[in-house]
Write a protein that binds this ligand. Structure first.
Ligand code: GDP
Ligand code: MN
Length: 389
């Protein structure tokens, strides 16, 4: 589970990594009110998961309530695009933070080195927005330090890293505490990544985590179930939350960028279906795996989830009846379509396997056309999405 900056900083606070004073807000009015109550210079930071917000225009400065409210109004609701995310990501909230006077920007992270089977610290004095460029053209400026997890992270190791990374002297006193806290966070919360870029040395000598990127291992979330509430905040986790809400597994639903909704049973058949759509010249808008033994009620909920995505212009339901009985699926589809509140999109169904005859009969009685093969279905779906059939 990737965390937003404001969430990562909440964890930083818990383990004692210093962060700027701030307020998380999802409305421009609240931003204005906060600055009015706390006069000074503030940074407005778009809360998205993509990196490179600074370069994409997602980091702004404001010195008055009016200015803050105006900028917040522009940022919230905008789609932020960058090299790291050409598709763009919707800005739903901001972090308003005390603007600090920066004397130096360093970079520090800890992640797992799978080859070494150890956590590794990656630290460089040359932090900031051009870190990728530093990694490419001055790899020697980047210090790495592998920690033996059986022993844990020792203060002398932090000092070694300090010299290896050539951190300016001003970091000397705080760095060992920050590194130890990063390590503790990494273990206590089961993180895949804890990254601070920039780790700022302020002009008045403080060391502060100005940014926070934390990625938690989903398999470790049981240690801190209270954090699950954060899941719905991110676009990828939104899909997971929707899948779980209708009783599917976390990875059974995914949004994509085409215009055809895909429902299949089994991830493999789903992939095959999307390939078939590709071959027919189309693209999937989303994909849903209804799983095995799909009951009519579940199929109805799945149908609703697929059409809830506005990009969907046609739907292809591709079911291989094994444990899943084709007649159950057919009943679910018919039920779904007879429900009043649904958005209806042109539909093509392929049912095969257990009880396929019964299933097709149910569909045809309800006036829903079905096809025999996957390629046929894909071609039909592409034509339907273009409005040509
Ligand atoms: P990112 O681009 O998504 O990594 O967002 P960051 O939070 O790292 O911010 C990008 C850049 O904005 C930083 O590298 C700083 O140069 C600048 N910035 C962010 N906060 C402050 C601040 O409080 N004061 C100043 N002077 N610059 C800031
Ligand atoms: Mn950053």
């Amino acid at each position: 589970m990737k965390l937003m900056e404001y969430q990562g900083k909440e964890l930083f606070r818990r383990v004692g990594i210093p962060v700027p004073r701030g307020e998380h807000a999802s409305e421009a009015k609240a931003v204005g009110a906060f600055i009015a109550a706390n006069p000074g210079a503030w940074v407005l930071k778009a809360q998205v998961q993509m990196g490179g917000r600074g370069k994409a225009g997602g980091i702004k400065f404001a010195e008055s309530a009016d200015e803050g409210k105006k900028i917040a109004g522009d940022l919230i609701g905008m789609t932020l695009r960058g090299i790291q995310n050409p598709q763009g990501e919707l800005v739903k909230s901001l972090l308003v933070e005390e603007k600090v006077a920066i004397a130096h920007e360093a970079y520090a992270s800890i992640t797992i080195d799978r080859t070494a089977k150890k956590p590794v610290f990656i630290v460089t004095a040359q932090g900031g927005m051009d870190i990728e460029e530093v990694a490419e053209s001055h790899p020697a400026a980047i210090a790495k330090y592998w920690v033996d997890p059986a022993i844990g992270f020792q203060p002398f190791e932090a000092r070694r890293l300090f010299y290896a990374a050539k951190l300016p002297a001003g970091y000397g006193k705080e760095w060992p505490k920050i590194a130890a806290a990063m390590y503790r966070l990494f273990f206590e919360y089961g993180a895949n990544l804890v990254e601070i870029n920039p780790l700022v040395l302020t002009k008045d000598g403080r060391v502060i985590a100005s940014d926070a990127k934390v990625d938690l291992d989903d398999n470790a979330l049981y240690k801190h179930p209270e954090l699950l509430a954060w899941a719905s905040d991110s676009p990828e986790n939104e899909d997971e939350a929707k899948a779980v809400e209708i009783g599917l597994g976390r990875s059974n639903y995914a949004r994509l960028d085409g215009d055809i909704g895909v429902m299949a049973n089994g991830a493999g058949l789903g992939m095959g279906t999307m390939d078939a759509i590709r071959n027919a010249g189309g693209k999937a808008a989303n994909f849903l795996d209804v799983g095995g033994g799909a009951q009519a009620e579940r199929v109805r909920k799945c149908y609703e989830l697929i059409v809830s995505e506005p990009k969907v212009r046609a739907m292809f339901i591709n079911i291989f009846g094994g444990i899943t009985r084709a007649d159950q699926v057919a009943s679910g589809i018919v039920e779904a379509l007879s429900g009043g509140s649904l958005r209806k999109v042109p539909l093509v169904v392929r049912l095969t396997g257990t009880n396929e005859k019964e299933g097709r009969a149910i569909l045809s009685k309800a006036g829903i056309a079905s096809v025999e093969t996957m390629d046929e279905g894909a071609a039909k779906a592409v034509a339907l999405a273009k409005g040509a059939a």
